[in-house]
Write a new protein. Structure first.
Length: 256
């Protein structure tokens, strides 16, 4: 966003009288000087107020790089044009607030493949047994940032998904990549997680008197309706580098 500052030109018009400048009285000179001085002071005050108004506007956080695939590690900068706003961010997909990491310097984004598996190592996702990858899976750097304004209110959340050191063409070809950003508990919490067996399964099992097949089991993931929808941020990363989208949405399991 570019700020445009209006400049007030001060024009002093002399009347076409037969009096030369040398004949101008000292009183008239003082009057002109005082008038010009007042005008300049007013202009300065008005311009300063204009700038202050602009910097007091509540703007969102801006990420210095777009979501996508990058060959080399790089530093990501977060910024907000609102005066005295404080930026907070998360790196685990959860929604940021004033208790999150406080931004003070650029964030290093790198290839995270060697990092321990977290989400892919979760258990309790199937009554028929869990599949846990033996090797480290490929991972993205996920940044979610919010600006907290001086009055305590917050901006909308800015999101970014960055795959570093991953060969996009080799791994995904021409297929667009969709990134879902959400709090881990929305998927894996026993009470409210929609991707697990959870508390629903425990209650269901306690009521069974006969043998059942794994596919018959009732779990959190088989529940339907609005109450089992969870908030996510969805990002579309295209294969050809054209603009995708970033949008807040709701997600459910099985299209419930």
């Amino acid at each position: 966003m570019k700020n445009r500052y209006g400049l007030l030109a001060i024009i002093i018009v002399f009347s076409s009288c037969a009096v030369s400048c040398a004949e101008t009285s000292s009183h008239e000179a003082e009057t002109v000087q005082t008038s010009a001085s007042v005008s300049l002071e007013q202009t300065t005050a008005e311009t300063t107020a204009f700038i202050d108004d602009k910097t007091s506007e509540k703007t969102a956080v801006v990420l210095s790089a777009e979501s996508g695939f990058y060959n080399e590690p790089f530093l990501l900068e977060l910024s907000c044009q609102t005066k005295d706003a404080v930026i907070y961010y998360t790196i685990d997909g959860s929604e940021p607030d004033s208790n999150s990491l406080c931004y003070s310097e650029p964030i290093m984004l790198k290839d995270r493949t060697s990092d321990p598996n977290v989400l892919s190592a979760e258990t309790g996702t199937s009554a028929g047994g869990d599949y846990i990858p033996r090797d480290n899976v490929k991972k993205a750097n996920v940044i979610r940032a919010v600006a907290v304004y001086p009055d305590g209110s917050c901006s909308s959340i800015a999101n970014g998904t960055y795959f570093v050191g991953i060969d996009r063409e080799k791994e995904y070809g021409e297929v667009p990549v969709i990134s879902l950003l959400t709090d881990k508990d929305n998927l894996f919490d026993s009470e409210k997680g929609i991707y697990v067996l959870g508390d629903t399964y425990e209650k269901w099992v306690a009521e069974q008197e006969e043998h059942y097949e794994a596919w018959e089991a009732e779990g959190n993931y088989s529940q339907r309706g609005k109450e089992w929808e969870r908030p996510v941020a969805v990002e579309l990363i295209t294969a050809d580098g054209t603009e995708g989208f970033s949008q807040d949405m709701g997600v459910r399991i099985m299209g419930a």
